[in-house]
Design a protein around this ligand. Structure first.
Ligand code: SF4
Ligand code: SF4
Length: 142
């Protein structure tokens, strides 16, 4: 007979939550400086379930992808006792469940939004640069 595993306890407000903080992760990005950097971010945003936000001047890539150890039944952590330190340091006072407002200076849901932003920042023809580059390459090959 398989040994019974103890269900991890969910305490306080976490009991009422579906584990919102375990359904994404965010990675810091280098602050974009030129249109090429912004275009790289536009490329990130071409992918599904990716958003980009800026908070206190810092840029982040947000990946909406559930942790595989979040149980869908009880919304508890299946590896609670050995969960990574980043999970242990998560503050409930400012978490996704208790504070639904973020101080995002900028928030991009997809590549179209970034394209519009790039047009404001660098001019309407910002993406024409890509075509011009391609043409220059072709000429060099001839
Ligand atoms: S820390 Fe906040 S977001 Fe995470 S499970 Fe608990 S209540 Fe939900
Ligand atoms: S390891 Fe556990 S606490 Fe950490 S993100 Fe996954 S389910 Fe959440």
């Amino acid at each position: 007979m398989a040994a019974k595993t103890k269900k991890p306890l969910r305490k306080g407000l976490c009991v009422k939550c579906t584990g919102l903080c375990c359904r994404y992760f965010a990675l810091p990005l280098d602050t974009p400086e030129d249109w090429g950097d912004y275009d790289d971010i536009r490329w990130f945003l071409c992918h599904e379930d990716i958003t980009v936000f800026v908070e206190e001047g810092d840029w982040y890539l947000n990946v909406k992808n559930k942790c595989k150890y979040l149980s869908e039944k009880g919304h508890h952590c299946d590896i609670y006792d050995k969960r990574p330190k980043i999970c242990r340091g998560y503050e409930i006072d400012t978490c996704d469940f208790t504070s639904n407002e973020y101080d995002h200076e900028l928030y991009f849901k997809d590549d179209h939004q970034m394209e519009e932003y790039m047009k404001i920042k660098f001019g309407d023809k910002v993406l024409d640069k890509l075509e011009r580059k391609k043409k220059r390459k072709k000429k060099r090959k001839k």
